[in-house]
Structures are given as structure tokens and as C-alpha cells.
Design a protein around this ligand. Structure first.
Ligand code: PMP
Length: 461
């Protein structure tokens, strides 16, 4: 047990621990919420409060908390061999097996895997390999990158410029010169409306226009996208969109990078969202569910032609200078192998079943007076709040709807993603039962009703 009283932990945190993506001053004022243990869908905090986690940590604990078999494989791997470098031609069994399994499960053609520590460095690795590939294949001018508004591609120095969320770029001198964005395929808010064919055509046309604007295919290296935009608000494009973008990239002779950091490992149903549309990207990034959040690990997978282009572009004696000390870490790899086993032995199937109950609840919550849009696929979704359903307008920022939602849902013992403009994001673990899904939505309805009780919120409607 911890010898330091909770009060002191809060003070130490406030004075010394920098939290990701927080206002420093805001966090000093609000203080840390200290979590202590977890089992299945449930977390317990240091005060013994039970919390129902509808967000799988940070859309990563797809396997649920407290999976003993994962603890066992990690312990065994740590005892046997806690570390093996991948440098200088060394390796370890777990990482090799994992590379084999991932290439078997991923879309056809993605035959080569580079392991990272998470999603941001998977994206950064993808960018570095693409740049290297263009140089190796004699196209040094083909270096412009296109991503999408509302997209999230991590917070590395390069990836954060592809990420198109204002708070990720503000103050960081981003985007970089070679980073460009096209509108997001957002059915609720796109000027083309929510007709699937019109929206798909608009995205394809925007990509074509951006490539032309940048000087054509000779100048543009790649298009980056998420199959569903996660951190940007869970924006779900129409079915067929990913395939149409794949075809457009091929036609335009630019590489397609699909960022599946959130969408992989059963989050939207299949092992990878790309599988559902029969799409084979040129590169694919992943993290989160790969290890269910139990250990840090991500990966970038390369299609054979990218690998061969890089391989043939350098003399055999010349190292290709991209590498991390902890790439293909044995303990992370062992954990990932166990997660893949759990997904295939019941978790994906349970996620599909509970996903149907999730869909029923999403349909129902749409009738709440505060809800403008509901969007989801599989066990990933969001509701967006508006103060006027017809005009689709969000509440003014000074009402701090996001902050109030965070407090109200916390009061209900519910953990959900609260978007600043007034929305709730859901990504429950795939072990979630139908009863637990009902429980999540009972708490969601109470949270929304209590938000509606605020006189200034009512007055703004
Ligand atoms: N890409 C996507 C699509 C993500 O959602 C995230 C994280 N939310 C990242 C990249 C970055 O991953 P990480 O936080 O593990 O660095």
C-alpha cells in the first residue's frame, strides 16, 4: 500500500507531474483523479469509488482490465528475457511470432512490420520510411503529405502537423511546410450533406484538387487517414469511403497510409477496419488495442513494394537509420500475442454482440433534447450535443459544456470521453456485457438530464 496520504499524492502530482494534453493551470486547479485498480469494465479509485469505464482507458484497453492470462505471459517473459535489442541483427521469439501473426491478419500485401512504442512514433516511422522510400526510388521531389481536417495522427513533431485539431497545433508552429489538409468526410456537417455517394465524391474531388494544387503526383507522397476519425469527434464516413479513397490514391499515384491506431483490434468489428472494406493500404499504423494498453507498443506495417524500394535503394553494408531501443520489446510482444489470442477466442465475437446493444442505445439517445447527432460503428461511437437541433449549432464555449459533462459523468461514476464542444465519446472494452452497456446508458441519460437542469444551458437552447 502507499505510505503517502492521498493529499500528498495530489500535491506531488500538481507540483511535479506534467499530464498529456491538459491546460497546466487548469490541471493545477482541478487536481488529479487517482485510479488504483481495475477489473473487466470497472475501475476503482483511491477513495474506493467504483467507476464504469465506457472509454477503455483511452480507447486502448479493448480486452478489459484484470486479464490474468496477460499478466502471466508478461511475468513469464520478464523472468525469461526482459529485453532483447533488435539492433545488430538480434531478436526474440515473441516479436518474431507477433510479426508473423500480424502479417497474416492484416490486409493483403502488408508483409513487413516495424514495432514502435505507441501510435505517435508509428506515424512518425511511417513518415520517415516514406521519405526514405521516395529518395531511394529516385523521387526526391515527391514529399508533400495530405491529411484531413479533424484527423488525429499523434503528437510527434511530424505527426502533430498532420493532426488537424487546433489545440494540437497552437503554439507549436504547425503544420509544417509539407503538410496539407482536405475537409473531413463528416456526414452531419459536410456541405455536401449526408448522402453517402455525394460525400464520397466530395472527398475524392478534394483529394484530386489538393494534389493538383500541390503540383501533381510528382510532388505528393502520401494521403493519411483514419477509417473513422477518433479524437476529432468519432466522425464515421459512409461505408465505401475508405475503398473510394484507396482507388483515388492509386489513380493519383500517391501512397495511402491508413492510421488504425484506434480502429484496429475489434474496435469497429473486424480485426482491422480496412479489412471490412477490402482495402489494402500501402502503410498501416496501429497501437492501443495491440497490447490492450497493458504494455506500450505500436507498429507500422509496410506493403512489400515499399520495403523492396527501401531495400534496393541502399547498399547492403549501409544501415537504414531508423530505430528505437525498445522496438519489438519482448514483454510488449508477448502481451500483444496474448491479446491477439483473446480477440480471436471470444472477444471480437462478444464485441460484435454487445455492439448491437450499443447501436440500440445510440438510436434511442438521439431523441434526447440535447443530442444533435449520434454516430458509431461497432464499439466506437459519439454523441454530439447542440443547442438547436435544426440549426445544428453547438453551445458557446464559455458555457464549458465539455467541463460540465466531465464533472456530471464523474458524479455518476461513468468514464466517457467528453469533447470540449459538447459531445461524449464511447469505446467500451470488447468484454462489455449487454447489462453493462445498459448501465452505461442509464448513466449517460442521467448525465444529460442533469446538464439540462442548468438554467444557463436551458436558456441557451
Ligand atoms: N493515431 C491515431 C488515429 C490516434 O488516435 C492516436 C492516439 N489517440 C495516435 C495516432 C497516437 O498514438 P499514441 O497516443 O499512442 O502516441
Amino acid at each position: 500500500m502507499n505510505a503517502i496520504p492521498n493529499r500528498s499524492l495530489i500535491e506531488i502530482d500538481r507540483d511535479h507531474l506534467i499530464h498529456p494534453v491538459m491546460s497546466f493551470r487548469g490541471h493545477e486547479k482541478a487536481g488529479v483523479r487517482i485510479l488504483e485498480s481495475g477489473k473487466g469494465m470497472w475501475l476503482t479509485d483511491v477513495d474506493g469509488r467504483q467507476l464504469l469505464d465506457a472509454f477503455a482507458g483511452l480507447w486502448c484497453v479493448n480486452v478489459g482490465y484484470g486479464q490474468d492470462s496477460i499478466v502471466e505471459v508478461a511475468t513469464e517473459q520478464m523472468r525469461k528475457l526482459p529485453y532483447a535489442t533488435g539492433f545488430f541483427g538480434f531478436g526474440c521469439e515473441a516479436a518474431i511470432q507477433l510479426a508473423g501473426e500480424l502479417t497474416a491478419l492484416a490486409p493483403a500485401g502488408l508483409d513487413h512490420v516495424y514495432f514502435t512504442l505507441g501510435g505517435s512514433d508509428a506515424v512518425d516511422s511511417a513518415i520517415r520510411y516514406i521519405v526514405h522510400y521516395m529518395n531511394a526510388t529516385g523521387r526526391p521531389e515527391k514529399k508533400q503529405f495530405i491529411a484531413q481536417v479533424n484527423g488525429y495522427h499523434g503528437s510527434s513533431s511530424t505527426g502533430a502537423g498532420l493532426t488537424a485539431l487546433p489545440h494540437m497545433q497552437r503554439g507549436f508552429d504547425l503544420p509544417l511546410r509539407w503538410q496539407h489538409h482536405i475537409p473531413s468526410p463528416f456526414p452531419y456537417r459536410h456541405p455536401a450533406g449526408d448522402d453517402p455517394q455525394a460525400l464520397i465524391a466530395a472527398s475524392v474531388a478534394a483529394l484530386e484538387a489538393k494534389v493538383a494544387e500541390l503540383g501533381g503526383s510528382d510532388k505528393v507522397a502520401a494521403f493519411f487517414c483514419e477509417p473513422i476519425q477518433g479524437s476529432g469527434g468519432v466522425i464515421v464516413p459512409p461505408v465505401g469511403w475508405l475503398k473510394a479513397m484507396r482507388e483515388a490514391c492509386t489513380r493519383l499515384d500517391i501512397l495511402m497510409v491508413v492510421d488504425e491506431v484506434i480502429t484496429a483490434f475489434g474496435r469497429t468489428g473486424p480485426m482491422f477496419a480496412s479489412n471490412a472494406e477490402g482495402v489494402s493500404p500501402d502503410l498501416m499504423t496501429m497501437a492501443k488495442g495491440l497490447t490492450g494498453g497493458y504494455m506500450p507498443m505500436g507498429a507500422v506495417m509496410l506493403a512489400d513494394h515499399i520495403y523492396q524500394g527501401i531495400a534496393d535503394g541502399a547498399a547492403e553494408s549501409m544501415p537504414i537509420g531508423h530505430g528505437y531501443t525498445y522496438s519489438a520489446h519482448p514483454v510488449s510482444a508477448a502481451v500483444a500475442l496474448e491479446c491477439l489470442r483473446l480477440y480471436q477466442n471470444g472477444l471480437l465475437a462478444n464485441g460484435e454482440k454487445t455492439g448491437l446493444r450499443f447501436a440500440e442505445h445510440m438510436e434511442r439517445v438521439k431523441d434526447h433534447p440535447l443530442v444533435g447527432d449520434v454516430r458509431w460503428r461497432g464499439m466506437l461511437g459519439a454523441i454530439e450535443l447542440v443547442n438547436d437541433k435544426a440549426a445544428k449549432t453547438n453551445f458557446a464555449y464559455d458555457l464549458d459544456i465539455g467541463g460540465r459533462l466531465a464533472q456530471l459523468s464523474w458524479n455518476e461514476g461513468l468514464i466517457v470521453r467528453c469533447f470540449a464542444n459538447g459531445g461524449l465519446g464511447f469505446a467500451p472494452a470488447l468484454c462489455c456485457t449487454e447489462g453493462e452497456m445498459d448501465d452505461i446508458f442509464a448513466r449517460v441519460h442521467t448525465t444529460l438530464d442533469k446538464l439540462l437542469d442548468y438554467p444557463d444551458v436551458r436558456a441557451a437552447m
